[in-house]
Design a protein around this ligand. Structure first.
Ligand code: GLU
Length: 451
């Protein structure tokens, strides 16, 4: 029997039914549209994806866990937060993805992150499925003890769903080595086993891997190096804007500077600093990592620096823009300014920081655009190396792990470039990443049967 399929129509119909099922989950629907927007030629080539309802199946999480997280602050007041773990897809391996603690967290945010994670993880070439979790908890201004109590309460509920072959969380916004420590400690206590591989992003002193802390930022810099290499240029001497000042931004700046790039701005959710002489990363680390302060303090402590909270960081001139803060932070107007000011390359350190309209503008005007699921995959790739090291009880040196990270980013870049070309859209890394990631997961789902 031959089935006649209009791929564009089928994809539209799938999007409509996913939209009806997930009303109001705007970030999630944005992520679905962004991936499905690349799939026409793929569906045409393999109509089984349609007959087997792969589009509908891949956008429905295998399991969604929502739970209460009660905790007590230092003054004895009781608080209740909502915790989430979305176990999205395990066709390639156990669920893998970070935890985000931020007041904006809701089911739409966790689902968009989990959905992106499926394809990102596929692109790393490692045997890991996709998942994401977190809580609408605001860590800002909370004491160390409060953070510990929150993490313990969160893990007391979640631990039963986790395990080194089941579901392996890690960090994301608001969850770093300190929080991973408290989460791991509580798991260890409840489960009564030292199961290092059940969480990644651990300190190397207690089961972590060197380079994991730096991996997302370093990986982004390596990916950008490959992108620039395509046009026969490199990082040296180029001017960079990096939004954010958390883990991803910090280690992006560090590696870009090591590779000879000039980073002239970074930011936090209140505003950005413009330092034409080049960002002093030690000062950023002192303010953000040691003092857990705000970025305006950078301008107070260094001469010749301006702080702005009334305009966008993307209004500055640059060769390369690296959004490393959060979703939908780079809008159409920002894209316009970047293009007018001669920006050549944009690559996403955060997850989905550029809006769909901004991406369209970049692509229309020939700005090379590296999507997060490819450009920021270095973090989760080194998490997979951490799982490997935990399972084999063998630790690699910093240099060995960094070398592997460089190779993985090179590989992801060439996969995206070659796939984009093969499907008739050379230079379109978004199509390349979406198609390569999707095919790998979809084919594995077909092979595993209707489950
Ligand atoms: N949260 C990171 C990401 O967005 C890392 C996930 C992990 O290491 O599992 O990819």
């Amino acid at each position: 029997m031959t089935t006649s399929i209009d791929p564009g129509d089928e994809i539209k119909q799938a999007i409509t039914s996913i939209k009806n099922l997930n009303e109001g989950q705007n970030e999630f629907l944005q992520a679905v549209r962004e991936v499905f927007g690349s799939l026409e030629a793929v569906v045409e080539e393999t109509p089984t994806y349609i007959t087997q309802k792969i589009l509908e199946r891949i956008s429905e999480p295998e399991r969604q866990i929502v739970f209460r997280v009660p905790w007590q602050d230092d003054n004895g007041n009781i608080h209740v937060n909502r915790g989430y773990r979305v176990e999205f897809n395990s066709a390639l391996g156990p669920y893998k993805g970070g935890l985000r603690f931020h007041p904006t967290v809701n089911i739409s945010i966790i689902k968009f992150l989990g959905f992106e994670q499926i394809f990102k993880n596929a692109l790393t070439g490692k045997p890991i499925g996709g998942g994401k979790g977190g809580a609408n908890f605001n860590p800002k201004g909370r004491s160390n003890d409060e953070i510990m109590r929150f993490c313990q309460s969160f893990m007391t509920e979640l631990y039963r769903h986790l395990g080194e072959t089941r579901d392996i969380p890690a960090g994301d916004i608001g969850v770093g080595t300190r929080e991973i420590g408290y989460l791991f400690g509580q798991y260890k206590r409840i489960a009564n086993k030292y199961e290092s591989g059940m969480i990644t992003g651990k300190d190397p002193e207690w089961g972590g891997t060197l380079v994991r802390n730096e991996a997302t930022g370093y990986g982004l810099a390596y990916f950008v190096r490959e992108m620039l290499g395509e046009s026969d240029s490199d990082i040296e001497g180029k001017t960079f804007l990096v939004s954010g000042s958390g883990n991803v931004a910090t280690y992006t700046i560090e590696k870009i500077q090591q590779l000879g790039g000039e980073v002239v701005a970074c930011s936090d959710s209140d505003g950005f600093v413009h330092d034409p002489s080049g960002i002093d990363l030690d000062l950023v680390k002192q303010i953000k990592q040691v003092e857990r302060g705000r970025i305006y303090e950078y301008a107070d402590r260094k001469q010749g620096v301006n702080y702005y909270d009334d305009k966008s960081i993307w209004s500055l001139e640059c060769d390369v823009a690296l959004p490393c803060a959060t979703q939908n932070e780079l809008l159409k107007e920002d894209a316009k300014m970047l293009i007018e000011n001669g920006c050549m390359v944009v690559a996403e350190g955060a997850n989905m920081p550029a809006t769909t309209e901004a991406i369209e503008l970049f692509q229309e005007s020939g700005v090379l655009f590296g999507p997060g699921k490819a450009a920021n995959a270095g973090g989760v790739a080194v998490s997979a190396l951490e799982m490997h090291q935990n399972a084999s009880l063998h630790s690699l040196t910093f240099e060995e792990t960094d070398k592997q990270l460089q190779n993985i980013m090179k590989e992801i870049h060439s996969t995206c470039r070659d796939t984009a070309e093969e499907y008739g859209t050379p230079g379109n890394y978004l199509n390349g990443a979406n198609i390569a990631g999707f095919k790998k997961v979809a084919n594995s789902m077909l092979a595993l049967g209707l489950i």
